[in-house]
Write a protein that binds this ligand. Structure first.
Ligand code: F0G
Length: 464
């Protein structure tokens, strides 16, 4: 076997509805070829995101039953606080309903107009929350992080030299540096401990705090154990603790490596930052001992944070994603190499070179995977990040055209993922049949969520 079998057995099942191909064609047309608008019970395998889609364990479900729903001082908060302090090492623990609220609260407290916030690559909500403060979000990932076929083991690393330059040229205007582990927008690629150390050293020299975007911290720590010299014998839990010891806080969406369906937090070293954030928390989220959640959610989150560090779980989890990626790669399907921790990314430009970026090659693959196989993936390319010139209507495309197959945690079996692999391989073999799309209607911002599209008629084939 290429990777360990499921380190769990199944106690509760959720039946999947069979949808006929004819029904899927009709649903796609109704959804304007936009898979965000499909009813999810018409999907066989849903790889739209790994966020909030985890299967909770029996212990997490049991945790919900010991919720103490007191408005203030709930016992679940104290367990949650103790767990976060122990794993992450930061003193002040501020629960939020999900990651972007942690970002919003932190940036509202410390980022002001005209500031600059560096990151390896900002996730889109992080960027939006920086820009909401009228500050600039700067992406400084190492150059190989933008090359889909570069084989580097830590393509999420910060370009420390460019960070140093940015901190010099924007002196006094950088309230914090972010480091996203793993780097979602760059393909789920990890950051090495050496790079964390080097980034922290630059930040320290410039007197700027380093804050982690820690959504997938356990996967990142596992990659360090597997790939970085000197860490093979160290427990993942210790690696995580060492990693966080180099920073002054983190934002966290527990919908990823917290193994819960909702939840997040902000953890900070600095008491004055924590105080500012807490004032705002009470205004927009809730009292500091529940922060926009039910107390039972805090208990489930505390339990999830322990379980995600289980190394049998992590080797299965990362192995499952890796195996999917290697099966596709062996069949010649172009993917971002090496595979990241939570998803496999198809390189749509090489997959469907006959479709120009202005006709959304990634979306064409997404449409075919749903129509022919009932699989939902997500386009991360021209539809998500491109835009039409307001004067000419001409589309500009981003550097990469990707399709993300995000794997929910503990949800799909190896047989499910074999089905996914076979479906993607078949789509690749029949790629000449993929059709481009054009926009019928789109919102001015974040258009990929709501746009209506239609298929472009096939081009006439000219002989000779
Ligand atoms: N940071 C990163 C790196 C993320 O991947 C996400 C969410 C967030 C912050 C925001 O967290 O959703 O709890 O508010 N990523 C999801 C995804 C949505 O599909 O990759 P949130």
């Amino acid at each position: 076997m290429a990777f360990p079998a499921e380190p769990f057995r199944i106690k509760v099942v959720e039946m999947l509805r069979r949808v006929t191909p004819a029904e899927r064609i009709e649903l796609l047309e109704k959804a304007g070829y936009n898979v965000f608008k499909l009813p999810s019970d018409s999907i066989y395998i849903d790889l739209l995101t790994d966020s909030g889609t985890s299967a909770m364990s029996d212990r997490q479900w049991a945790a919900l039953m010991v919720g103490d729903e007191a408005y203030a001082g709930s016992r679940n908060f104290f367990r949650f606080q103790e767990t976060v302090r122990r794993i992450f090492g930061f003193e002040h623990v501020i629960p939020t309903h999900q990651g972007r609220m942690a970002e919003n609260l932190l940036f509202t407290a410390v980022v002001k107009e005209g500031d600059v916030v560096p990151n390896n690559i900002h996730f889109d909500t992080t960027r939006a929350n920086v820009e909401h403060q009228k500050a600039e979000a700067l992406d400084l990932v190492v150059r190989e992080g933008l090359e889909p076929s570069h084989p580097g083991p830590f393509k999420g690393n910060m370009d420390v030299e460019r960070l140093d330059q940015a901190l010099t040229s924007h002196r006094g205007r950088v309230p914090l540096v972010l480091l996203t582990i793993t780097n979602n927008s760059g393909g789920g690629q990890p950051v090495s401990m050496a790079n964390v150390r080097a980034t922290a050293e630059v930040c320290r020299r410039h007197g700027v705090p380093l804050i982690f975007d820690a959504c997938r911290f356990a996967e990142n720590a596992y990659f360090i154990q597997q790939r970085e010299a000197g860490y093979a014998e160290r427990p993942v839990r210790e690696i995580a603790r060492e990693l966080f010891s180099h920073g002054q806080g983190c934002t966290m969406s527990a919908k990823k490596d917290g193994l819960v369906n909702i939840g997040g937090f902000l953890a900070l070293e600095d008491a004055s930052w924590a105080e500012k954030v807490t004032h705002m928390l009470i205004l927009v989220e809730g009292f500091p001992t529940y922060g926009g959640l039910a107390s039972r959610d805090l208990e489930a989150m505390a339990q999830g944070l322990e379980e995600v560090l289980d190394e049998d779980y992590l080797s299965f989890r990362v192995g499952q994603v890796h195996d999917l990626a290697e099966t596709l790669h062996a069949a010649g399907v172009p993917t971002v190499r090496p595979p990241g921790g939570h998803a496999v990314y198809l390189d749509a430009r090489s997959f469907a070179p006959h479709i120009p970026p202005a006709e959304f090659p990634g979306q064409a693959i997404v449409v075919a995977l749903y129509r022919d196989y009932g699989i939902r993936a997500v386009e991360i390319g021209s539809l998500m990040f491109g835009h039409a010139d307001p004067a000419t209507g001409v589309e500009t495309a981003p550097a990469l055209e990707l399709v993300r197959l995000a794997v929910p945690r503990r949800v799909y079996t190896s047989a499910h993922l074999r089905y996914v692999a076979e479906s993607v391989i078949r789509t690749f073999r029949e790629r000449d049949a993929l059709r481009g799309l054009r926009i019928r209607h789109a919102a001015p911002y974040l258009r990929h969520f709501t746009a209506d599209l239609e298929e472009v008629p096939p081009r006439p084939v000219h002989a000779g």
